[in-house]
Design a protein. Sequence first.
Length: 110
Amino acid sequence: MPEIKTEKKIKFFNVNFFNFKIINKIIFFVIVIFSVYYLASINDLTVNGFKQEKLREKNRQLVKENENMELATMLLGSYGNINSRIKNLKMVVAGNIDYIETGATIVARR
């Protein structure tokens, strides 16, 4: 029987179409870039959350201060408070008021 040469081997994975080292490096750098982006965005969200909480606290303080000022304004403007201040001024009450009446209305002309 004649001998068959099997020196020609079919190589499927020896093709230079896929260079796995380059593909692995590209995938690694893509993962690194996305990781850095993710960390930066999480950091930004955290900082904005703290700023927002500070602004909410300041808003609560301003609302409370506004309520206190409105209450103080109502107390100062109340009739009893004004009446007691008028009595402390020791002014004389005006009784009958007489108005000076002029005769006919005169308009000056030039």
